[in-house]
Design a protein around this ligand. Structure first.
Ligand SMILES: O=P(O)(O)OC[C@H]1O[C@H](OP(=O)(O)OP(=O)(O)O)[C@H](O)[C@@H]1O
Ligand SMILES: Nc1ncnc2[nH]cnc12
Length: 170
């Protein structure tokens, strides 16, 4: 199955000059969703993963599916002001703006091995900020997992020190 057929380009969204990679066609297809999930799991099955961290909001879709599949807990990393308990906070630059992310400070136990998941790796700011959050909680980022990697934005450079994997590259 060619997963690229399930990602569509939306020109000039959310800003002029940005071509947005829309994964909703993939989510609409149970076959493509299951295929992508199994492709992820093949790579992960021999690794020790204690928890999955998914990034709001599109990282929640496959993040929770992956956690269920690996039989481990799921941790949401959220936009500011959404998490109710004590948090750690990181700010970062996006392809189309600036943003801040938060994690519950007690979500990870010291030394736990964490899988980070998001739908798209673009400039890498979001993923790098999330790695920082995980490490501030005492976790170790053992794998950064994405559906889509935008090679021309060089997001991988920000994640030099990490194990990075994606199913679809542009
Ligand atoms: O690699 P980067 O340049 O940091 O960009 C990648 C991030 O941008 C998108 O999130 P967005 O902020 O659009 O939020 P959403 O998931 O809620 O749509 C995407 O889901 C990633 O989280
Ligand atoms: N071009 C893009 N398409 C979808 N999500 C993104 N996140 C950052 N850049 C993106």
């Amino acid at each position: 199955m060619d997963l690229q057929n399930y990602v569509r380009d939306i020109k000039d969204f959310p800003k002029e000059g940005v071509t947005y990679k829309d994964i909703t066609p993939l989510l609409l297809s149970p076959e493509a969703t299951n295929f992508a999930l199994q492709q992820f799991v093949v790579k992960l099955k021999d690794m020790r993963i204690d928890k999955v961290v998914g990034i709001e909001s599109r990282g929640f879709f496959f993040g929770t599916l992956l956690a269920k599949e690996l039989n481990v807990g799921f941790i949401p990393v959220r936009k500011p002001g959404k998490l109710p308990a004590e948090t750690h906070t990181e700010s970062y630059d996006l392809e189309y703006g600036k943003d801040t992310l938060e994690i519950h400070a007690d979500a990870i136990k010291k030394g736990e091995q964490i899988l980070l998941h998001d739908d798209v790796l673009a400039t890498g700011g979001t993923a790098k900020a999330t790695c920082n959050l995980i490490e501030r909680c005492g976790g170790e980022v053992v794998y950064c997992n994405f559906l889509v990697k935008l090679l021309f934005l060089n997001g991988g450079e920000k994640l030099n020190n990490y194990n990075v994997h994606s199913l679809i590259e542009y």
